[in-house]
Design a protein around this ligand. Structure first.
Ligand code: ASP
Length: 338
């Protein structure tokens, strides 16, 4: 009947809308590249896997409720920030001076809007503040005390810096400092080992994409160092075609504009997420001396989770509502579209 009542362009647009409404919700997350089999005891590994599952279910619940991809990545990243297993929010790595300085960013692929924060010391969930920068300010990036003043203005939860401290990360800093003292070097390769950034990419029922990333950066960082995670295009990217969140040695992700490069390859070269991920994460970044991984989702629902380290906390959830997670390199994690 309806087809008799509409014609031409109107019918086509009604059909397109119906198709877009029918997109299958998808969510991919990571909890950082760089984890190696010897790094975790059985209890630590079980805690991390359980947290990944909780994050997937929290984000997927948003998508099932008809909420946006932005809501889904915010929910998933918030769970991971609150879990001390990961280098984001509580459990973040320490700076050279023994502080936790947090960075995060988020991008809405539908609107092209983005928000980012860096050098936070009191904001409990940096991703919430990055989202507020995107939605409640005319800016894209805020840092340090200014960003914290904006958090206070927006009523975003702030905590005593001790909230972020874990003994595990403190010991990592002590080891890094001892190694540094021995080597008399300002930045040694050991420092780069402690990854654990978190991120999420999602597609909602409308077919829109979003990406989010949150991190404590790298152990023993100093001089106000900021990595790729809060840099739009480097650690995070989303548009109408692709959503990417990276994790790894941030300086290399900035220099290769990694997240945007992956999306550009998919858009202009017609590469799949797996092909574009291979080119940037497994070829380009290691050729420069960097390492890490990424999660990649395309608007048509194909996904990839490349990495060039011994492991990467990762997982996804789709139509069956079952969270699939993996940690180490040898584990199979069949992804949508692969
Ligand atoms: N990319 C982060 C940074 O360089 C670190 C990580 O992914 O673990 O700050």
């Amino acid at each position: 009947m309806r087809s008799l009542l509409c014609a031409g362009v109107l019918c086509a647009s009604a059909l397109l809308t119906a198709t877009a409404m029918a997109a299958e919700p998808l969510l991919l997350i990571h909890g950082g590249a760089g984890v190696a089999p010897g790094d975790l005891d059985a209890a630590g590994e079980a805690r991390a896997r359980a947290a990944l599952q909780r994050a997937l279910l929290a984000g997927h619940a948003q998508l099932l409720a008809g909420k946006s991809a932005v809501d889904a990545v915010t929910a998933a990243v918030t769970v991971l920030e609150d879990d001390p297993s990961f280098n984001a929010g509580r459990g973040a790595v320490f700076t050279h001076d023994g502080r936790n300085e947090l960075d995060a960013s988020i991008m809405d692929g539908r609107s092209g809007q983005a928000g980012a924060v860096a050098g936070l010391q009191t904001v409990k969930n940096p991703i919430t503040l990055a989202r507020a920068v995107m939605e409640k300010s005319p800016h894209v990036m805020m840092v340090g005390q200014g960003a914290e003043a904006f958090a206070a203005e927006q009523g975003i939860e702030q905590v005593d810096p001790a909230w972020f401290r874990t003994e595990h990360r403190w010991q990592q800093l002590q080891r890094a400092l001892a190694e540094e003292a021995q080597q008399q070097a300002h930045a040694d390769l050991e420092t780069a080992r402690y990854f654990g950034t978190v991120g999420a990419v999602a597609r909602d029922r409308q077919g829109s994409l979003a990406a989010a990333t949150s991190t404590g950066g790298m152990t023993n960082k100093r001089y106000g160092r900021v990595g790729d995670s809060p840099i739009i295009g480097a650690g995070t990217w989303a548009d109408g075609r692709c959503a990417i969140s990276g994790t790894g040695w941030g300086e290399f992700y900035i220099r290769t504009v990694a997240a945007h490069s992956i999306c550009a390859r998919m858009t202009y070269l017609g590469e799949s997420p797996a092909q574009a991920g291979q080119a940037v994460i497994n070829d380009q970044i290691p050729a420069l001396g960097g390492d890490g991984g990424a999660i990649i989702l395309s608007a048509d629902g194909a996904a990839a989770a490349p990495f060039n380290t011994p492991g990467m906390y990762r997982g996804w959830i789709g139509a069956d509502g079952v969270p699939h997670v993996a940690v180490f390199a040898g584990e199979q994690l069949p992804l949508p579209g692969q």
